[in-house]
Design a protein around this ligand. Sequence first.
Ligand code: ADP
Length: 533
Amino acid sequence: MAVSRIISSLLSRSSPATSALGRRSRVVQRWFSSSAAAVDEEAITPPVQIHYTKLLINGNFVDSASGKTFPTLDPRTGEVIAHVAEGDAEDINRAVSAARKAFDHGPWPKMSAYERSRIMLRFADLVEKHAEELAQLETWDNGKPYQQALKAEIPMFARLFHYYAGWADKIHGLTVPADGPHHVQILHEPIGVAGQIIPWNFPLLMFAWKVGPALACGNTIVLKTAEQTPLTALYAAKLFHEAGLPEGVLNVVSGYGPTAGAALASHMDVDKLAFTGSTETGKVVLELAAKSNLKPVTLELGGKSPFIICEDADIDKAVELAHFALFFNQGQCCCAGSRTYVHERIYDEFIEKAKARAMRRSVGDPFKDGVEQGPQIDAEQFEKVLHYIKLGRDSNANLECGGNRVGSKGYFIQPTVFSNVEDNMSIAQDEIFGPVQSILKFRDIDDVIKRANATRYGLAAGVFTRNIDTANTLSRGLKAGTVWVNCFDVFDAAIPFGGYKMSGIGREKGVYSLNNYLQVKAVVSPLKNPAWL
Ligand code: ADP
């Protein structure tokens, strides 16, 4: 089933999926309240214990070289959840040395691919066993609805490792015919030490998108988590070691971007860099990689994705899907459908229904049953979203609903809808990364393609129509790495993801992610009877 459908059904108040939680989850129900959500009530404390707050280097949890820590905050309240070791350049050096040793001398790249895949499968099993703890930590640190974390994201996290474990023993080279009596083998070798920098909006899923293919290909890793959400990667990495991952293969350094992140991007002994985050920071890390050792870089960056709703659409379904495309995960998705283009013939009805849907969206403590929207990640993002709402109010756009914070603590924002939005407005140009839907009007398909493409981004797009030719014309014309037709946010492990233009370089997931972590070596030798095929 499409993840979007799983998520929508899980979050709807009367969802059978929510009420039919399994036996294990009934224990959770004791603290997972089902009463109505009010953000100013006392925040629910989940039962999970926070055991892992140090850096994970060479298989051991260690303090940072400086001894410094930083607080990770609960976005529901702004209060401290835990103090976490703060990695810096010296810790990145230690982690890279451990990863180098594990690559050059350790068993990992030389281990049989089957054995590597078995470790990854054991890890995925442990993830399923510890799904509730992982989901509780993810919600606590990030603010996303607990049911979304538990029922959609953790299963997808495990699924991604099943998928990449499946690839580990199917990666192989080629024998190619060449002119002359030459035998040519093309070897696909692991690239070495991979540096990976991930963001805060999907801490575990971003871990999987990066760690999964790198390990399947036999690389070793230094992962730098986002400073807002360090907790689940440490827990997951601990489970990986329990599953039999040799020491030094996966090192996790918590810390800030300009210190730990920059040290990783510019490290001379890191062979490859994978980054997910904003376009601005993507440019910085690309430059750091170029100025140091020219390590290859993959970038998954920002977006301002159009979602085009044609005149033949079933309006109720289109409203629900456009709502999901924007508001899912508090609007904190790089691929959010943040420019909703609606055909003029259905525009007025769509606006009324989109507004009604946004006003029904339940905002509150993400640990409460039925809550669809938790807080934004931190004060900075909260202020940024409110700033864009102000820009929207100050423009000619109509504020249909929302526009304010919810409650008096934490970072909750009302689901906000603007109609009458024009292409040149800031709310139609910039990535807001919050619960703000901008709805624009269109008349003509060719014209809407031009308008949809008139952006520096090209991450994703959505199309809603019953006409197969319209769907084909739009999906061929849109310059975006993913086009969802009559669906949105469908993230199967096998589907490649990445952007055109300033939304990034390269693709992750699917078979495409393997190329990011492999070197290609041609071995050429004269031979009497070279292979021709
Ligand atoms: P956002 O603005 O959404 O927080 P960023 O692109 O700033 O996104 O952050 C994504 C990741 O990049 C985080 O792990 C962050 O710590 C890291 N980061 C931020 N600045 C830098 C930098 N100068 N060098 C390397 N990594 C960075």
